[in-house]
Write a protein that binds this ligand. Structure first.
Ligand code: RP5
Length: 174
């Protein structure tokens, strides 16, 4: 990350092999000019670093943590156990049924320690970034307006697709 404003979102991932699969989370933050930092740390391989990172996160000014891992994906849950910041979990796809192992490991948190788990795949990772933006927008009216503009664009794009389908199909689209 180049020098710039202090990060508001921390992205942590269990391995560098996760990064290509979750980059759309960072891209969504970039789209909304939300500063973030990214680290590789593992609930199993570097548990003490995870504990230290999560414990210090709020004091360092982070507002949201996005945690991505695959397989026995405990990273998001362990991060959540060490902080009261909102934690968004990205289950990283694996060779095991497309990542069902990651999804269940991330989503099935015990009551009292929430992890907001997004779906598998790049759409899920993108949603992690967008959800972080939405959380930050609660206290940032300018960011809220950017999100509203983004949603208007989404509607316009979908309406254009509807119009294109109508012109192709004619009277089959009422
Ligand atoms: C998990 O194990 C990581 O999050 C990654 O998804 C998976 C495999 O890691 P590597 O063996 O590629 O380092 O902890």
């Amino acid at each position: 990350m180049p020098d710039g404003p202090s990060p508001l979102v921390g992205i942590v991932m269990g391995s560098d092999s996760d990064w290509p699969k979750i980059q759309s989370a960072a891209a969504a933050l970039d789209e909304f000019q939300v500063p973030y930092e990214a680290r590789v740390m593992s609930a199993h391989r570097t548990p003490e670093i995870v504990r230290q990172y999560a414990t210090a996160a709020a004091g360092r000014g982070l507002k949201v943590i996005i945690a991505a891992a695959g397989g026995a994906a405990h990273l998001a849950g362990v991060v959540a156990s060490h902080t009261t910041l909102p934690v968004i979990g990205i289950p990283v796809p694996t060779d095991v049924q497309g990542g069902l192992d990651s999804l269940l490991s991330t989503v099935q948190m015990p009551g009292d320690v929430p992890v907001a788990t997004v779906g598998l795949g790049s759409g899920g990772a993108r949603n992690a970034g967008l959800l972080a933006v939405e959380i930050l927008a609660l206290a940032d009216p300018a960011l809220r307006e950017k999100l509203a503009a983004f949603r208007r664009q989404l509607a316009e794009k979908t309406n254009s697709k509807d119009a294109a389908l109508k012109s192709t199909l004619g009277n089959r689209t009422p």
